[in-house]
Write a protein that binds this ligand. Structure first.
Ligand SMILES: Cc1ncc(COP(=O)(O)O)c(C=O)c1O
Length: 427
């Protein structure tokens, strides 16, 4: 296998990266390579594969839908798969309105534009002080489109585009791990920062509830999020939950907001939405937000739409995925107890720092080299695990597992076994 002459891979530096592996097929938690090797996909292919690869019930639902209605423009038209999905997600999230887009970044951009324009529609010409500030958290990652990038922490990923990014106020994210004794002090500091920031008129505050993914699987305690919500509500700003990674059972509850007992005004969803079969994003909005756009004034319209809005195949996949999820809640609710003993055992290795777990995710930091995405130790670990049939993709020195729900006990134990075997080779 070599680099294809006509392809350009995401987030990949061709000058230094190993060539991509050619995949022939996938089933459950396993990828089968063209050369016959099998790999356990321990990160659900960038956190999208919710139940398992090629899940038959979802594949069948897509095939049925493709023979009936594959796509139709969603301005002027509606269709049953979209309506059924809206009804179900509205009941599950407590947010009445569903707006479709194409991926996680667009779901976030839509939430941001809705929040921004909701205030403009409401306050234009009233003499009220304009709410121009947006607040996000240190370490935030909300996607790679320009608006989503602006919301995220400035990093290696955003440096080249700095002049294009609008200003966002970032406040502390007091992330924690097992046996963390300093968390309360860090939480107080972060809440002080937030309170201070909220003194400036603020349109919206966005957060990844309970866990920041891309910046290194950084957990916060539910009580911190409730304290954040209390302050945001008191300021009148809108609260946006980016549940692109955390949605659909990933944190042990259907949505992380529910596990944290917060109720955002807007929620971005994608990744597991279609069970990981098709690219689709949705932004859930409260009825109050929706009503703020209904007006005789043309400029109050939400002028946003994508060609593939509400693609019926994506909707059919999402409905089939929800059926599977709701048929067996213990499968996601009890996942944490499967990780726990295995991670505890692995933590006896001196290189394992800050072990932590939440729902289907378990993570730790490697105590080698800098705490950075550029720390090469992650790439070495990735290579060594690959040689033993487990696909992981550490974020620099942060190693995590986030497997599909269908992973068997034996497969999960195999992942930890391979890690235990590989860690001493890194020292
Ligand atoms: C929390 C969060 N928001 C947004 C995104 C962007 O989603 P997408 O890659 O589908 O654009 C991601 C992707 O990892 C994410 O983890």
């Amino acid at each position: 296998m070599s680099w294809h002459p006509n392809l350009w891979h995401p987030t990949t530096q061709v000058a230094t990266a190993p060539e991509p592996l050619l995949v022939r097929s996938a089933r459950g938690c396993e990828l089968e390579l063209a050369d016959g090797r099998r790999l356990i996909d321990a990160i659900s292919s960038w956190w999208v594969t919710l139940h398992g690869h090629a899940e038959p019930a979802i594949a069948a639902a897509i095939a049925r839908q493709a023979l009936q209605l594959e796509q139709v423009i969603f301005a002027n038209f509606s269709h049953q798969p979209a309506e059924l999905l809206a009804t179900r997600l509205s009941a599950l999230t407590g947010l009445e309105r569903l707006f479709f887009s194409d991926n996680g970044s667009t779901a976030v951009e839509v939430a941001l534009k809705m929040a921004w324009q909701w205030w403009r529609n409401r306050e234009a010409g009233t003499g009220a002080t304009e709410r121009r500030q947006l607040i996000a958290f240190d370490g935030a990652y909300h996607g790679d489109t320009v608006g989503a990038m602006a919301l995220g922490e400035r990093s290696l990923f955003t440096t080249a585009y700095e002049p294009l990014l609008f200003e966002v106020t970032h406040v502390g994210w007091p992330h924690t791990h097992w046996h963390d004794e300093g968390v309360e002090a860090r939480e107080r500091l972060a809440l002080d920062q937030l309170e201070q920031a909220l003194e400036t008129p603020t349109a919206a505050v966005i957060l990844e509830p309970l866990i920041q993914g891309a910046s290194g699987m950084r957990l916060v305690r539910p009580a911190f999020l409730r304290a954040v919500q209390e302050r945001v509500r008191a300021s009148g700003a809108l609260l946006i939950a980016d549940e692109v990674m955390t949605g659909f059972g990933r944190t042990g509850a259907l949505f992380a907001s529910q596990r944290a007992a917060i109720q955002p005004d807007l929620m971005a969803l994608s990744k597991g939405l279609t069970g990981g079969f098709l690219p689709m994003g949705v932004t859930m909005a409260s009825e109050r937000i929706y009503r703020g756009f209904i007006s005789e004034t043309p400029g109050h319209t939400f002028f946003h739409g994508h060609s593939f809005t509400a693609n019926p195949l994506g909707c059919a996949a999402a409905l089939a995925s929800l059926d599977l999820l709701q048929a067996d809640p213990p499968r996601y609710q009890d996942f944490e107890s499967r990780h726990r003993p295995l991670l505890e055992q692995l933590s006896s290795n001196a290189l394992v720092r800050r072990p932590r777990s939440l729902g289907t995710m378990a993570a730790f930091d490697l105590d080698i080299g800098p705490e950075s995405y550029l720390n090469p130790v992650g790439k070495r670990l990735q290579q060594l695990c690959l040689e033993q049939g487990v696909y992981l993709r550490p974020l620099g020195n942060v190693v995590y597992l986030l497997p599909p729900l269908s992973i068997s006990d034996a497969q999960l134990e195999r992942c930890y076994g391979v890690l235990a075997d590989v860690l001493p080779k890194l020292a």
